[in-house]
Design a protein around this ligand. Structure first.
Ligand code: GLC
Length: 471
């Protein structure tokens, strides 16, 4: 089967969050099953595009309302990612370093989607499924069905995966002329709440909609930033498939980003070496349990609670723990966390920014990973932590609920119900006690490192979804 994945992110080409990790891994594992899965992302002006070589496979023009842009399809030369990677270069719109947060994001991603369909049409590509990820590619299921330019793909199945329903890509009907000509009687398929809502449109028009965990699927019928009723209405075409992690990349024995590699048997020494390296670099005490947070500093991840969580924990459990935070996001939060460094010198530190290598070392060297998320459609960080022998402390929500079970109930993590300072610090207290009970602590680490969250099984579930649409 030939499947095109279209997305704004794909690791290692362009990454902001977990979406990139999924799009960079799932296609590779689909290919292992014998499919031909290809990935299409915008051609950003970033490290990956500068450092890799590409063939030009197609050039064309696209219209966005009254604007016209030329686009170029570039194909990565070596296939080293395990799938064919195509970049759509639209210099005026994507020749910039970042993925999101430009004023013209509506224009950028609408043009990207039009270029994709123009290219497929102009080159008469044969394919079985178009798989869209999040709202940035959410207009495609509508366009293939109702835009006159793409008759060839009218009957091609489309799949939408919702990685994050909070962002929906809303824009006003004043920009409806951006879309190629379509049957105006169908504009209702674009609308939700009086505006054009690309995520809602994809939920309405895609043949199948998947969420990245079963629990998230249950939750979004009650809370989905305004889409609850629509999702309840479309429930029969929704399915929750828990993400996997790329175990080729996330392997303690071969991960080149680590300070020290380790096996299951040698985890104690290996983790200690990574921890010592971190403690040296960040001026922390290697004898104390190391708690960490890795990720975007935004409310959705509960990061707004971090300054208070850290000060309460560092006061109440004085000299009993270290905290290291890696992330970026809300500038007030970044500043607030950096300020704490002056007060808790020697037990607290931050790295504000994105640093993949450091993240790997922290997963290996930390003892506990905090994930107090308010919303967590799947969450991959807890799975990376488990695999590297770091115990996750999570709020029971979305994918966290599906992957982490409390050690008090015979599981291997620490769980709480609320995204509150009290719940999180209480869990940290339990962590400190667990760390002191070396025998139990080590046994839990051994358990976590053996949990199988690889993509192999998950790719089969996606494969079954595609198959059901083709039949
Ligand atoms: C989004 C979600 C996260 C999920 C990831 C990959 O970033 O917030 O929970 O793991 O997508 O699906």
């Amino acid at each position: 089967m030939e499947i095109f994945h279209i997305s704004a992110e794909c690791y290692p080409v362009a990454k902001v969050g977990g979406l990139a990790d999924v799009v960079g891994a799932l296609p590779k594992y689909l290919n292992k099953l014998g499919h031909t899965a290809k990935v299409v992302v915008p051609g950003y002006d970033n490290k990956f595009t500068q450092e890799n070589e590409f063939d030009i496979v197609h050039k064309g023009l696209l219209k966005l309302g009254w604007f016209q842009f030329s686009y170029t399809i570039l194909k990565e030369k070596t296939n080293k990612l395990g799938f064919d990677l195509y970049l759509i270069a639209i210099p005026e719109l994507f020749d910039r370093p970042n993925v999101y947060s430009y004023e013209d994001d509506t224009e950028r991603f609408t043009a990207f989607q039009i270029a994709f369909l123009n290219w497929l049409t102009e080159t008469n590509q044969q394919l079985d499924v178009i798989h869209c990820h999040d709202h940035h590619t959410g207009l495609i299921p509508f366009m293939v069905q109702f835009c006159y330019n793409y008759p060839h793909f009218k009957n091609t199945p489309t799949v939408l995966t919702i990685h994050n329903g909070q962002y929906q890509g809303w824009f006003g009907f004043d920009k409806i002329h951006y879309l190629p000509d379509f049957d105006r009687g169908r504009s209702g398929f674009l609308e939700w709440g009086g505006v054009i809502n690309p995520l809602a449109s994809a939920v309405k028009c895609a043949w199948k909609v998947t969420t990245v965990s079963p629990s998230y699927l249950d939750e979004i019928s009650n809370e989905a930033n305004g889409l609850e009723n629509l999702l309840r209405f479309e429930r029969s075409k929704l399915v929750g498939i828990l993400n996997g992690i790329d175990t080729d990349v996330w392997n303690t024995q071969t991960d080149e980003m680590l300070h020290a590699n380790y096996t299951l048997k040698g985890f104690k020494k290996g983790k200690a070496a990574n921890k010592a390296f971190l403690c040296e670099q960040f001026n922390l005490d290697p004898k104390l349990p190391l708690f960490t947070f890795i990720g975007r500093l935004v409310g959705e991840k509960g990061a707004d609670l971090l300054p208070q969580i850290c000060s309460v924990a560092l006061n109440e459990f004085y000299q009993k723990l270290n905290i290291l935070i890696l992330g970026s996001g809300d500038t007030n939060l970044e500043r607030g966390l950096q300020n704490l460094q002056n007060f808790y010198h020697g037990n607290f530190n931050t790295y504000i920014g994105y640093n993949e290598k450091l993240a790997h070392i922290i997963y290996a060297g930390a003892d506990f990973l905090l994930m107090p998320s308010r919303v967590e459609p799947c969450g991959l960080n807890q799975m990376y932590a488990l695999r590297y022998g770091t115990i996750p402390i999570v709020r029971r929500t979305g994918g966290l609920k599906d992957t982490v079970y409390d050690f008090g109930d015979g599981g291997f993590g620490i769980c709480h119900d609320k995204a509150s300072v009290f719940d999180v610090t209480h869990s940290m207290y339990r962590g400190i006690q667990l760390y002191a009970d070396t025998k139990t602590f080590d046994a839990i680490i051994k358990t976590t490192m053996q949990i199988d969250h690889s993509w192999d099984k998950v790719a089969e579930e996606y494969s079954a979804v595609y198959q059901s649409l083709i039949n």
